[in-house]
Design a protein around this ligand. Structure first.
Ligand code: URA
Length: 261
């Protein structure tokens, strides 16, 4: 067990204290602060806890179990800072919920991808574990997400994410300011496809490694908002709404299973 904060201590970045969490052990981690309220209210009655920088927090009551929903912003560094502080408040189970770009033909817009592992195409996790160490999701949380997706009748895939520090070069996008992708990444998308990875996003690998290095559990479910076998573009709002509804229903069912008394 690591070092817990005093119950009344407001942690510097996330701006909340353990006293506010009513003993919550599970946290949902969307990237977008604007997604937190809707996610919380989808679980049950919910209260606003605080908002500081990219970290907006609500506490939801899921049939008597407190669940924290705390945004992390985009990319590894802010995930690592958030998880460090949430762990000190007593959170032991972290589920990232977000959006992603699929790289396989069979993974369609609006589906969800549950990541059982992630490629560490980012820098933050290297501060926690050597690069040879694999970024793997917790099996119990991942299985609950799979059952959750089945119960919610959501089209889902299980696979390996490419967690990239960048949206453009690291995900081999050419529709950028310069249009240039450094040699290191030219052809990388085809290689990940060939290796059977399912999707690009920006946080799973950091989350998996940081949680593992703390002896805590993490998993990831993302809604597909870009289909890279067709286009580099992110799809229209209607797809985003469909994908959000799919990951919301999946995590709700998963949390009901995990917290059943
Ligand atoms: N998030 C990403 O990181 N990449 C995408 O293509 C879509 C969402």
């Amino acid at each position: 067990m690591g070092k817990l904060a005093k119950k009344s201590e407001i942690l510097y970045h996330i701006g909340i204290s353990a006293n506010m969490l009513k003993g919550a052990k599970y946290a949902l981690l969307p990237g977008d602060p604007g997604r937190v309220e809707a996610l919380a209210k989808a679980l049950g009655t919910a209260e606003f806890l605080g908002s500081h920088r990219e970290y907006t927090s609500w506490l939801a009551d899921l049939e008597g179990t407190p669940i924290l929903i705390c945004s992390t912003g985009m990319g590894g560094p802010s995930v690592a800072i958030g998880v460090e502080e949430l762990a000190r408040l007593g959170i032991t189970h972290f589920i990232r919920v977000g959006t992603t770009g699929s790289i396989q033909e069979k993974v369609n817009l609006g589906d969800v991808v549950i990541n059982n592992a992630a490629v560490r195409l980012e820098g933050t996790s290297g501060h926690y574990a050597p690069i040879e160490f694999p970024a793997v999701a917790d099996l119990q949380l991942t299985n609950a997400l799979v059952t959750g997706a089945q119960k919610a009748k959501v089209k889902y895939h299980v696979g390996i994410s490419i967690s990239s520090d960048t949206f453009w070069p690291g995900q081999e996008r050419y529709d950028s300011f310069t249009g240039y992708v450094p040699r290191r990444f030219q052809g990388s998308c085809a290689e990940w496809q060939q290796l059977g990875a399912t999707n690009y996003e920006m946080e799973a690998a950091t989350l998996f490694i940081v949680a593992q290095s703390f002896g805590l559990a993490a998993a990831c479910v993302c809604g597909v908002v870009a289909k890279r076998t067709k286009s580099e573009k992110v799809a229209e709002k209607a797809i985003y709404i469909k994908a959000s509804a799919a990951f919301e229903a999946t995590v709700k069912e998963a949390l009901l299973l995990l917290t059943k008394k």
